[in-house]
Write a protein that binds this ligand. Structure first.
Ligand SMILES: [Zn+2]
Length: 334
């Protein structure tokens, strides 16, 4: 029988199903091709069973413009694609997503690796530091060969080595009141991986003002915590913590230490929240703070209400302009 395929008449032996024609034509990514027969769409479920008739006119339509996955990508992301909560649709959302990671340290390192591996299309990494020996105990994105190198470049190299499909924007600067609005503007989701309170409050305020969802997290010694802010869906970091503690009132990892794997636990959970936000899977940590104590191996989800008197997201916000706290964040040095 004669069938017109993509405008060309060809002879085939009957019977012939559409699936057999796809195989015979060696169509790329056959699972994701749309088929029309005589200018009518064929439901995808019909492809294996639909028999073609003499004189049929068959067209194959492909995803274009960055939407299609190559065979290499299909294999790379196959464990995502298998999940009903992600699938091809979710993977495409990840591919089209833009996530900014502020801080390429203990939290940012595992988060950046997982998000790059997950195929998040554009990942920004902002950090002004260079890699030091004491970082290597937990900042698994950097290696001994990177000592002295800007963290953002070391991070970019590691991420691209894992997944050359992602674009990494390396931004070698500290976030401060002056630059943060422009920095977060082009991203869908922000991940706070910083290690100091002025930066954490600044990120919170900037994200609330820009209505930008973000994941907050902190780690210290054997403990860690995180929460997710989504505009209109729950409290912000400041709802619970009001204002930064006085300088030196609360020790940092630098002063009090932290178990390296704690960054892995909490940073990976931040990456998890980003993936869930992008794909729409499950329920985010909005309205609760997840705390983890590694010594007792206890996770607790603490309900966190919105604070109507919150200075930045409340009913009458008094913080309407970004300012650097206590010590100017831009000038923060180790
Ligand atoms: Zn708030």
């Amino acid at each position: 029988m004669e069938i017109t395929v993509a405008g060309k008449k060809k002879s085939y032996a009957a019977p012939l199903t559409v699936a057999q024609l796809i195989a015979a034509e060696e169509i790329e990514n056959p699972l994701y091709v749309t088929v029309t027969i005589n200018e009518e769409f064929l439901p995808a479920g019909q492809i294996p069973v639909k028999e073609l008739r003499d004189g049929d006119n068959v067209e194959f339509l492909y995803f274009m413009g960055g939407g299609a996955f190559t065979d290499e990508e299909l294999e790379r992301y196959s464990r995502h694609i298998l999940l009903k909560e992600i699938g091809v649709k979710g993977q495409r959302k990840l591919q089209n997503a833009r996530v900014l990671i502020i801080g390429a340290g203990g939290l940012g390192a595992p988060a950046a690796l997982y998000l790059a591996a997950a195929g998040v299309g554009v990942i920004g990494v902002a950090d002004a530091d260079t890699v030091e020996l004491s970082n290597l105990q937990r900042q698994v994105i950097h290696s001994a060969n990177d000592l002295g190198k800007p963290k953002v470049l070391s991070a970019k190299e590691s991420m691209e080595a894992i997944n050359p499909h992602v674009r990494v924007n390396a931004c070698q600067e500290y976030v401060c009141a002056e630059n943060i609005a422009a920095l977060i503007r082009d991203y869908d989701f922000v991940l706070d991986g910083t290690d100091n309170f002025p930066a954490k409050f600044l990120i919170n305020d900037a994200c609330v003002m820009a209505q930008k969802p973000f994941s907050h997290a902190g780690i210290l010694r054997f403990g860690g915590q995180l929460m997710t802010y989504v505009p209109g869906a729950g409290p912000c970091y400041r709802c619970a913590f009001k204002e930064p503690p006085p300088p030196d009132a609360v020790p940092t990892c630098r002063e009090a230490g932290v178990v390296g794997a704690m960054g892995g636990v909490i940073g990976s959970l931040q990456a998890m929240e980003a993936v869930k936000f992008i794909t729409g899977a499950g329920k985010l940590l909005t309205g609760s703070l997840l705390t983890f104590d590694a010594l007792t191996m206890e996770f607790r989800k603490v309900r966190l209400p919105r604070n109507p008197r919150c200075a930045v997201c409340g009913e009458a916000p008094v913080i309407t302009k970004l300012t650097d706290y206590v010590q100017p964040v831009c000038a923060l040095k180790r």
